[in-house]
Design a protein around this ligand. Structure first.
Ligand code: HEC
Ligand code: HEC
Length: 262
């Protein structure tokens, strides 16, 4: 659904998926409980524990290109870890996610993050979006070049030339559902998604018009993921804005940067 009312659609989908997921989880937990009471040995491995996550995030965390649940497989480990902490601490809002991680220790969240970061299942084909040529062109321009007149840096300046993310904590932007992407911009705008200051994505969101958000998320959702989907090890230049959650990114040929221009 490539509508400009992405948020409303997403709110609607959230409600629908919450109900569905409640039942899936009930099954995951009652299944585990039932086995335990029957005193069957459940192997206590990370693969086993991660099954509760795959109820929503798909087999091996691969998600799908439709719907709302984001892929978590193959994302930079520190990025995944930061997000799990964000849900636990209330810096991102999705009740079932908070419920999942509420009682988990930092060490356990790190283990889950590195587990999913290390998986690399295939990506589904990109979403088919309904968008005009002009809208797609505006989206492409924002992603690859930005808009200097409006002080909008190119997405590739931080998310990597191939938009596959940068280790340790910048996520890739390809292979994510259109509705999920839109919802993140809605969350930065209403401050329900936050990072340690300076929150560069909140700043960038404030510089984008609703039309720009729609254009760039539509373009991103329609792009194929390159064959080598691994996050880049470094960026060619300093971040154009300082990001509190990503200041330890490497700039090629130099030491970790101290932070970009405020
Ligand atoms: C009930 C469904 C559900 C379950 C179960 C679930 N998640 Fe999620 N998860 C979501 C949704 C929906 C989002 C996106 C929420 C939002 O809009 O910010 C999300 C977001 C995330 C993110 C952030 C992804 C990103 O790209 O920023 C991570 C990491 C994550 N989940 C990991 C996990 C792990 C690990 C588990 C198992 C312990 C788990 N999830 C279980 C539904 C679920
Ligand atoms: C100054 C660096 C910077 C620029 C420029 C930038 N981003 Fe980001 N972006 C980040 C960082 C850092 C994060 C991780 C934030 C966190 O830890 O929650 C992020 C996260 C995201 C996410 C969340 C992905 C997920 O899986 O939940 C989306 C979507 C996103 N950015 C889109 C964009 C788009 C679109 C552009 C271009 C218009 C852009 N970003 C430009 C630094 C940047």
């Amino acid at each position: 659904m490539a509508s400009s009312t992405g948020l409303t659609d997403v709110e609607f989908m959230n409600k629908k998926s919450l109900i569905l997921i409640f039942f899936i989880l009930a099954c995951v937990f009652c299944g585990a409980g039932g086995k335990a009471s029957a005193q069957q040995a459940i192997p206590d491995t990370i693969d086993q524990r991660a099954i509760a996550c795959t109820a929503c995030h798909g087999k091996e965390g691969r998600a799908t290109s439709e719907g709302f649940f984001p892929r978590i497989a193959g994302k930079p480990a520190a990025y995944l870890y930061n997000q799990l902490v964000n849900f636990r601490e209330g810096h991102r809002q999705y009740p079932m996610m908070t419920y999942m991680v509420d009682q988990m220790s930092d060490a356990y969240l790190r283990e889950l993050a590195s587990y999913f970061s290390g998986l690399n299942p295939p990506y589904p084909p990109p979403q088919v979006v309904s968008a005009g040529k002009e809208q797609l062109e505006r989206g492409r321009q924002l992603a690859l070049s930005g808009d200097s007149a409006r002080k909008i840096p190119a997405c590739v300046a931080c998310h990597g030339q191939r938009l596959t993310g940068v280790i340790p904590a910048i996520p890739g932007l390809l292979g994510l559902p259109h509705d999920y992407l839109n919802a993140q911009f809605g969350a930065w705008r209403n401050k329900s998604r936050r990072t340690p200051a300076p929150d560069c994505m909140a700043e960038i969101t404030s510089r984008l018009s609703p039309g720009d958000v729609s254009a760039v998320t539509t373009w991103l959702a329609s792009q194929p993921v390159p064959a080598d989907s691994a996050p880049a090890p470094s960026l060619p230049a300093r971040l154009p804005l300082s990001c509190g959650s990503a200041n330890d990114v490497l700039v090629s040929g130099s030491a970790p940067q101290e932070g970009g221009q405020p």
